[in-house]
Design a protein around this ligand. Structure first.
Ligand SMILES: *Cc1c(COP(=O)(O)O)cnc(C)c1O
Length: 458
């Protein structure tokens, strides 16, 4: 162990009365705000009235509000959170010991719920506001199924219908999350399907297609907008999702403050940016207000490098081009990671909030290759005991690298990272790694240029 006496416990939990009662909206403290969502037809900022046909009213208000710093967390959501929160903040003593680093490593573990990730934090909020509005249910898409699982749990709790369009190839090849969703009462439809006009068209044009996320989004949006009493919900990327995920950072900050701990470096994996945005929000707020300084590091796959190699431009949020345009670091909505990519974080763009913070130089980004990510996952599982999700393992890899730098320099830095979930449903990817069959693919500049050429002209 480190020479210090272990005044800090292995796990720091909050008491119920210490849990956050408000979400924090980091946009309120940004002097230069993220660019607004645009209507792809008129290229004007999306209005409340345009968005409310797709999303429920309260969530549209949250999406468009970049000045209110705090939003009360409704009592019913606070009660749901108490079933699986507070999430522990863990001092990785075993990992520090194994790495022989003078660094102090902490991680916030979001895998302590059946859905296995942080996505439940926003799923319950989105379902709650739909219920409050008197809606019958919500629709969404899911790829491998983390988001669909989280949403089905939230809808079951609140008694809402949950319609999930699941990419057909995942529906057929990944039955486990599909059955978890059905157990929680969700209706899971393989996409493309005969149940929507857009699905029927895709099936007619491409018989035998195994589907894509873009196609599933188009079906889910149609299923929401063509029926009375339904709205569409999305599990990442949107500013409202970062707002709900601020619960991660707020709990972490309260726990650290209790013990007088200040992180020097805060690290998170970045797909659409919701966990990273949520973890860093309260710390970034301090930095934006000039009260404290931190280093923030976003970690993404080398095979899907939106921050490190993307363009900061307006683009479609979805491959189906039905959603509004968002200004973000993007690889182009037509970008598809190479077929051998197994580590998640496949989204082509990045939250507009994180994109703007990165563009202003307030946050760093780096990319890592998947074989080193799975090696870090394996080490972490053996040393700290938790089988991490491949997504989370991007953050583990970067945290270990930073800790090893401290070993060289002798600096006693405090490193905090987000451990977003568990990897029990990702064992096919682990199997590939264990069999030595995993390889890395880094797209060439030419490959990226092809998808940049498809960016909308704004
Ligand atoms: C969905 C997911 C992510 C990536 O999503 P973000 O919106 O970037 O946070 C990361 N880890 C896990 C376990 C996930 O399920």
């Amino acid at each position: 162990m480190n020479n210090e006496t272990k005044k800090i416990p292995y796990k720091i939990y909050l008491e119920e009365h210490e849990m956050p009662t408000q979400y924090y909206n980091v946009r309120a403290d940004m002097k230069k705000k993220p660019a607004p969502l645009l209507n792809p037809g008129t290229l004007q900022p999306m209005t409340f009235d345009e968005l409310r046909g797709v999303f429920c009213d309260e969530l549209v208000k949250q999406e468009l509000d970049d000045t209110t710093a705090y939003f009360d967390i409704p009592q019913e959501i606070q009660e749901f959170y108490k079933m699986y929160r507070p999430a522990p903040l863990v001092r990785a003593y075993c990992l520090e010991e194994r790495l022989q680093t003078p660094a102090k490593i902490y991680y916030k573990f979001e895998g302590n719920n059946t859905s296995g990730s942080h996505k439940l934090n926003s799923a319950i909020a989105q379902a709650y506001y739909a219920k409050e509005q008197g809606l019958k249910g919500v629709t969404t898409e899911t790829g491998a199924g983390q988001w669909g699982t989280a949403l089905s749990m939230a809808c079951a709790y609140l008694g809402l219908d949950c319609d999930v369009y699941m990419v057909k190839v995942s529906y057929e090849q990944k039955p486990f999350r599909r059955e978890v969703m059905r157990t929680y009462g969700a209706k899971v439809t393989p996409s493309p399907s005969e149940s929507t006009a857009v699905g029927r068209k895709i099936l007619a044009d491409h018989p035998g297609t195994t589907g894509s996320l873009g196609c599933a989004i188009s079906e889910a949006v149609e299923a929401a907008t063509s029926r009375e009493g339904y709205r569409y919900v999305l599990g990442s990327v949107l500013s409202q999702v970062l707002l709900h995920q601020s619960i991660i950072g707020l709990e972490t900050k309260t726990a650290m403050d209790k013990y007088g701990i200040t992180p020097d470096i805060i690290i998170g994996c970045a797909g659409g940016g919701s966990n990273l945005g949520g973890l860093i929000s309260p710390f970034m707020g301090e930095k934006l207000r000039g009260e404290k300084d931190y280093r923030f590091i976003a970690v993404e796959p080398a095979s899907c490098p939106s921050l490190t190699r993307g363009k900061y431009a307006y683009d479609f949020c979805d491959t189906g081009m039905v959603c509004p345009l968002s200004k973000m670091y993007t690889l182009g909505s037509g970008f598809i990671p190479s077929a051998n990519h197994a580590g998640g974080l496949r989204y082509h763009g990045m939250s507009s909030v994180l994109s703007e913070l990165y563009d202003q130089g307030l946050m760093e980004a780096r990319s890592v290759e998947q074989t080193e990510v799975f090696k870090a996952a394996e080490d972490f599982a053996r040393i700290e005991g938790i089988l991490p999700a491949p997504e989370s393992s991007h953050a583990i890899k970067a945290a270990m690298d930073e800790a090893l730098k401290c070993k060289e320099t002798g600096e006693e830095k405090t490193i905090l990272f987000g451990l977003t979930g568990t990897g029990y449903f990702d064992l096919k990817a682990y199997e590939q790694f264990n069999n030595g069959q995993m390889s890395d693919h880094i797209p060439t500049d030419e490959e990226l240029q092809i998808s940049f050429d498809g960016l909308p002209r704004v």
